[in-house]
Design a protein around this ligand. Structure first.
Ligand SMILES: *[C@@H]1O[C@H](CO)[C@@H](O)[C@H](O)[C@H]1NC(C)=O
Ligand SMILES: *[C@@H]1O[C@H](CO)[C@@H](O)[C@H](O)[C@H]1NC(C)=O
Ligand SMILES: *[C@@H]1O[C@H](CO)[C@@H](O)[C@H](O)[C@H]1NC(C)=O
Ligand SMILES: *[C@@H]1O[C@H](CO)[C@@H](O)[C@H](O)[C@H]1NC(C)=O
Ligand SMILES: *[C@@H]1O[C@H](CO)[C@@H](O)[C@H](O)[C@H]1NC(C)=O
Ligand SMILES: *[C@@H]1O[C@H](CO)[C@@H](O)[C@H](O)[C@H]1NC(C)=O
Ligand SMILES: *[C@@H]1O[C@H](CO)[C@@H](O)[C@H](O)[C@H]1NC(C)=O
Length: 185
């Protein structure tokens, strides 16, 4: 009888510990598999680009969890936004006329905001706020789209180096979006 009471006590304490600290019960998150990466990338606008990025051996993206994969994608998007901001500065300086200068100046503002949005996404990821993270990824895409609209006029430059950078940045943010869709599930 005494041992039964003891067992009951231990069992009760275990339940309480699990309720107070659910992470003690949760299994550690598994590494993502190439199949996971495939199904995430399949939901993006450029699946093969996404797959190339997320299986990059240098980044070891498939040796981490979905959470880690989200952070890797955010870091790449941040680097892309930063690189683009650096690329815009000389374009403004070299602009031959007001139209071109204004377009690139507006893009510079867009990328400042885009970088803010991606940093927000990183902050929200750390708080496990995946819905917020998804919204931030979408607003970063909107900034790149706005930039693209500023420079798409033939009066600016039909082969601006920013076209490719806008496309890539949108693709990186699209990957963040696809991963956050998985994380909210
Ligand atoms: C990706 O999507 C295509 C069609 O949209 C489908 O045929 C294919 O099986 C999907 N692949 C994976 C890995 O989900
Ligand atoms: C990661 O992906 C690469 C490229 O597809 C593959 O060669 C490697 O075996 C994968 N690593 C793991 C741990 O799955
Ligand atoms: C993999 O990532 C590294 C570091 O970011 C980069 O230098 C390299 O170009 C990438 N490779 C591919 C195939 O994207
Ligand atoms: C994830 O992959 C890394 C590198 O291959 C490995 O060291 C680690 O043990 C794996 N983690 C899990 C939970 O499988
Ligand atoms: C931003 O890009 C510039 C130029 O490519 C580089 O020198 C700098 O280290 C980058 N900063 C960050 C935070 O990545
Ligand atoms: C994401 O990666 C950055 C750079 O490696 C790191 O400083 C940060 O702590 C990571 N964030 C999370 C939530 O893991
Ligand atoms: C401004 O410069 C661009 C590129 O040099 C040129 O295509 C465009 O016609 C010019 N616009 C005006 C209003 O001069």
């Amino acid at each position: 009888m005494a041992s039964f009471a003891k067992c009951l006590l231990i069992a009760t304490s275990l339940v309480i510990i699990l309720i107070i600290n659910p992470s003690a019960a949760a299994k550690p998150s598994p590494n993502v598999t190439n199949a996971d990466i495939n199904s995430i990338c399949n939901k993006t606008l450029a699946p093969s680009f996404c797959f190339r990025v997320l299986t990059n051996q240098t980044l070891h993206a498939n040796e981490t969890t979905l959470f880690g994969l989200a952070n890797i994608s955010i870091n790449i998007a941040l680097a892309s936004a930063n690189e683009t901001q650096f690329a815009i500065a000389p374009l403004i300086k070299q602009a031959k006329n007001f139209t071109v200068r204004e377009a690139y100046t507006l893009c510079s503002h867009n990328y400042k905001e885009a970088a803010v949005a991606v940093r927000d996404a990183q902050r929200l990821l750390a708080k496990h706020n995946y819905r917020g993270m998804r919204i931030s990824a979408l607003s970063a895409v909107e900034e790149a789209k706005a930039c693209e609209n500023h420079i798409k006029s033939p009066a600016v430059c039909s082969h601006s180096p920013l076209h490719d950078k806008n496309r890539d940045f949108k693709r990186y943010c699209n990957i963040i979006w696809a991963i956050s869709n998985r994380l909210v599930q």
